[in-house]
Design a protein around this ligand. Structure first.
Ligand code: ACO
Length: 336
């Protein structure tokens, strides 16, 4: 994939001071899916590694999940909602086309002094959001930001398409970012996009290209479409290249990294990246067997689990890497 990585040198250190996550209670297992489409637990596990995923309630919107993850991250950071100056939500499943989901979250958590907007970079949305917030903080224009990845993918999943419906789930993860001491925080960021490949993974209907009509509904254009094999190839290449570039940018190698938190799309993608990076399996944090692919929520939910379980400890070097529709991708190295 030939597209220039956007890299940034980092003047003022920006630290993750708290993490939080929320997943709905409702569990959809592979056995449940066997009763819905022509598939098997064995196919899903061997092709993806996923065993179950969470599905939001009908009346539970993306902002509801995002707000709960945000409350938990703020509590972990010891930051009051009024101290938040910026809220960014990465999502492809906003509550509505507008207002943005971050504004709904602002109201739900009472962060009335924050500036709010969403970032749509599919599964890379959280990393894009963190880098955007980092730049606000590094430039000195704000001190504290909340970045959330949140998705209700169950409402854009075609439950008649076995090739996609087995892969996705709902949830939200959040981090609080603040200016911090020099020895910790985000050390390097690499981001990239390739708009030549928009057709490989998309939700075509309901926007200005194909406004919702009886015809778009009949053609099921309001559900995600994916060319799985192609996505797989590009995801492996882009994520391993971005991870290597982010490490190189801050003068580190995989040997310096305590924990790699990749986007949780598919176990085989994660394995292929791990092999390319020559990282031992114990360095890679994986939770996709429980949640499936939660798009922008996958990395922050995994990061929260890794941090709370002690898998990541203060001073550890952590590598985050993601890839999604667009295509978009990114990698970030930070010292916890
Ligand atoms: N159950 C049983 N059979 C299935 C299922 C299913 N759920 N889905 C597809 N099949 C069948 C296909 O119909 C096909 O049958 P055929 O050979 O008779 O035509 C066969 O299985 C093989 O299908 P492929 O799509 O070629 O299977 P592949 O090995 O490529 O695996 C998968 C499919 C898991 C989607 C894989 O391509 C993949 O992981 N791609 C990456 C997709 C991804 O993770 N996207 C997430 C969004 S992007 C991101 O987050 C990185």
């Amino acid at each position: 994939m030939k597209s220039a990585h956007k890299t940034s040198r980092l003047p003022r250190r920006v630290v993750i001071t708290g993490t939080g996550a929320y997943v709905p209670d409702r569990v959809l297992t592979n056995a449940d899916l066997e009763r819905m489409v022509d598939t098997t637990d064995e196919w899903i596990v061997t092709r993806s590694g996923i065993r179950e995923r969470r599905i939001a309630r009908d009346n539970e919107a993306t902002s509801d999940m995002a707000a709960e993850a945000a409350r938990r991250a703020l509590a972990a950071a010891g930051v009051a909602p009024e101290a938040v100056e910026l809220i960014i939500v990465g999502t492809v499943t906003p509550d509505m086309p507008f207002p943005n989901t971050a504004c709904f979250v602002q109201n739900l958590i009472g962060a009335h002094k924050a500036v709010c907007f969403d970032i749509e970079a599919a599964c890379s949305g959280f990393l894009y959001g963190v880098e955007t917030a980092r730049q606000f903080i590094a430039s000195g224009s704000i001190h504290t930001a909340l970045v959330i990845g949140a998705e209700k993918l169950s409402c854009i999943t075609d439950w008649q398409d076995r090739a996609t419906c087995v892969l996705f789930g709902d949830g939200a993860g959040a981090v609080v970012l603040s200016a911090g001491p020099e020895e910790r925080g985000i050390l390097s960021t690499v981001m990239g996009s390739d708009g030549r490949l928009t057709d490989l993974l998309q939700l075509p209907g309901g926007g200005s290209r194909y406004p919702t009509s009886a015809n778009t509904l009949e053609k099921r254009l309001h559900y995600m479409k994916m060319t799985g094999r192609e996505v797989f190839k590009h995801a492996v290449r882009a994520m391993s290249d971005a991870a290597a570039a982010a490490l190189n940018q801050c003068g580190m190698t995989v040997a310096d990294v305590a924990c790699i938190v990749p986007h949780q799309a598919n176990m085989r993608i994660i394995e292929a990246i791990r092999e390319r990076l020559e990282a031992p399996p114990e360095k890679v944090y994986v939770n996709l067997e429980k949640y499936g692919n939660m798009s922008a929520a996958s990395i922050p939910v995994a990061l929260d689990e890794a941090a709370r379980s002690g898998r990541i400890r203060k001073g550890d070097v952590v590598l985050l890497v993601g890839f999604g529709g667009g295509f978009t991708w990114g990698a970030m190295v930070l010292r916890w």
